[in-house]
Every structure is written in C-alpha cells, then in structure tokens.
Design a protein around this ligand. Structure first.
Ligand SMILES: Nc1nc2c(ncn2[C@@H]2O[C@H](COP(=O)(O)OP(=O)(O)OP(=O)(O)O)[C@@H](O)[C@H]2O)c(=O)[nH]1
Ligand SMILES: [Mg+2]
Length: 296
C-alpha cells in the first residue's frame, strides 16, 4: 500500500530552506544564494522511497513585503501551509523566538498544524546557543521534534526525513516515482540563470531582476536557449552587462554549465538584458514573468 504526506518548509529569508530541500532530495531542485529572498515561488520537491512519497513545498522566506512581487511571495508561503499535513519551521540558533517565527507559530496554532523545528547552520554556532534555541522554541510551541542540522553538509538531514515519515498516511501518490520536482526544464533553466545573477551581482540589483526563456530549440545533441534578463533601470543593465560584456559572459558561462548538467546535453545559451521599469509592482509583469498562482 502506498503512503504519502505533504510538508511545507517555512521560515524567514536566508535560513537555508532551499538548501535543506536539496539535501533531503540529494538533488538540486531549488536555487540557493547568500542573498535573502532568493526563492520566489513555491517549489515542489518529491522524495520517494519504497512505498512512501513525501511531497515537500519549499517556500519564499517570510518578510514584510514592499512590492507586489513581495506580496505574491508571502502569499505563496501562506498558501503552501494551507494543504499540508505538517510544517518544517527552519530557524537559525537564536536565544529568542523572532517576530517572524512568532507569527508562523500563531498560524500553526490557529490551523492546529503539527510542526518540526529545524535549527540550521549549527556549523556556525556554539552548542550552548543551540540549547538556548531549543528552550525558547519549546516554550513557544509543542513541536513534534526539534532537529539541529547543517543542511549544507546534509548533517542531521536523515533525522528530519525520519521525523517527516511519521506524517505519512495510506494514499495513492500524487507524482510518479521517478521525478524529484514538478518544475518544467525551462523554468529550472530560468531559475539557474537567476541564481547566477544573485551570486555574481552586488546587493540591490539582483532583487530587481527576472528571467524569461524566450526560445528553446532542441536539436540532435544540443539545446539552444535564448533568455531575457529583466532589470529595473538602464544603469542596472550596464552593470549586468559589465565592462566589455565581461559580467554577462561570466553569468552565461556559469549558467550554461549548470543547465548542461540538468539536461545532460550540450547547451548554447544566449542572454539578453532588457529594462522593464518597476516590473515588481506591476501585476501584469509579475504574472508574465512566471509568478503566477499555481494550482496543485
Ligand atoms: N554555514 C552554513 N550555511 C548554510 C547552511 N545551509 C544553508 N546555508 C547558506 O545560507 C544561505 C541561504 O541559503 P538558502 O537555502 O538560499 O536559504 P533560504 O531559506 O531558501 O532563503 P530564501 O529563499 O531567500 O528564503 C546560502 O548561502 C547557503 O549556502 C548551513 O548548514 N551552514
Ligand atoms: Mg530559498
């Protein structure tokens, strides 16, 4: 008899939610960067082992939105909590429960949703800080389990999976057993390009960028991809392109290497940069750039 469970991974930006999902799956399905607000959409990650299938939702970090895109992101997280058996709240070791975490806990209580607390980045803190975090959070909510991990090195991640298995119930599976995400290859390619933008550019500019795949041609042993990078100002366009095109070339090379790994074939990647002022505040633009409400 097959079993399934749906679990949402939530928390403030940059705590390592996407890193945790990738570690659970042993494959990269969600992009990761040092900059907060990397994830913009709910991302499905499917863990199948024997008769069991756990469907994880990675979510955008919860923050105080300042743009329509921000509104969309926070709503995507809130919606993800709607249809799940349990939540994983990811935090970094802190002596007190933060404001964002307190809000999540309120929601868990209101929805009577069980949750696992994952304390991430334990490689960066002293054991006594982990102990204080456990005390603070255990006083705030009756977590089913508290698991300190280092998601980056997959330390403790097996225990997270073990805890998640407790939420499995008998049911048909939602997904075939050989897929790890429901994202189409084109969307993953666009995300890889966005990851390279986040990793290559400084501070504010990458938050104002979006990537759209304009052309995708599959030939015998080559996939030819044309993608457009949207940014908000002409000055940003100049920075993304760089002196003599050096920056865009670097972004393109890194992205092409990862897309080749994803597709298992050679890739020709052509990148264009376009200015679209204030796209983050236009419903039309954010939906056209792929930030649409999804149905599952
Ligand atoms: N030292 C350390 N860094 C980590 C660990 N896990 C994740 N990181 C780093 O933390 C940063 C944020 O990781 P993400 O997985 O993108 O975080 P996120 O919570 O998905 O962030 P948003 O999508 O912006 O909400 C990246 O630079 C990761 O490499 C860890 O266990 N230890
Ligand atoms: Mg993320």
């Amino acid at each position: 008899m097959t079993k399934t469970a749906f679990i949402a991974i939530v928390g403030r930006p940059n705590v390592g939610k996407s890193t945790l999902l990738n570690s659970i799956l042993g494959e990269k399905v969600a992009i990761v960067s040092k900059k907060p607000q990397t994830t913009r959409n709910r991302i499905v990650g499917i863990y199948t082992e024997g008769e069991e299938q756990i469907v994880f939702f990675d979510t955008p970090g919860i923050h105080k939105p300042r743009t329509r895109l921000g509104d969309f992101m926070v709503k995507a997280t809130s919606d993800a909590l709607g249809g799940v058996e349990a939540a994983i709240l990811v935090v970094e070791a802190k002596e007190e429960v933060g404001d964002i975490e307190a809000k999540v806990i309120e929601r868990l209580k209101a929805d009577k949703l069980p949750a696992i607390l994952v304390i991430n980045k334990i490689d960066t803190v002293q054991p006594q800080n982990i102990a204080k975090t456990i005390v603070a959070y255990s006083n705030a909510f009756d977590f089913d389990a508290v698991v300190p991990v280092c998601a980056k090195n997959a330390k403790g991640v097996d225990t997270v999976i073990e805890e998640c298995r407790k939420f499995l119930y008998e049911s048909v599976w939602m997904f075939p057993d050989d897929i790890v995400t429901d994202q189409p290859e084109r969307q993953m390619a666009a995300e890889i390009i966005r990851e390279k933008l986040l990793r290559t550019l400084d501070e504010e500019i990458p938050h104002g960028t979006a990537v759209s795949i304009e052309e995708w041609k599959e030939k015998k042993d080559l996939v030819s991809v044309r993608a457009e990078i949207y940014c908000e100002k002409a000055s940003h366009k100049g920075i993304i392109i760089g002196k003599n095109g050096a920056t865009i070339k670097k972004i393109g090379t890194y992205a092409r290497e990862d897309i080749e790994k994803l597709l298992g074939t050679r890739v020709f990647l052509d990148l264009y940069v376009r200015v679209k002022e204030n796209w983050r505040d236009s419903d039309f633009n954010i939906s056209n750039l792929g930030y649409k409400k999804e149905e599952l």
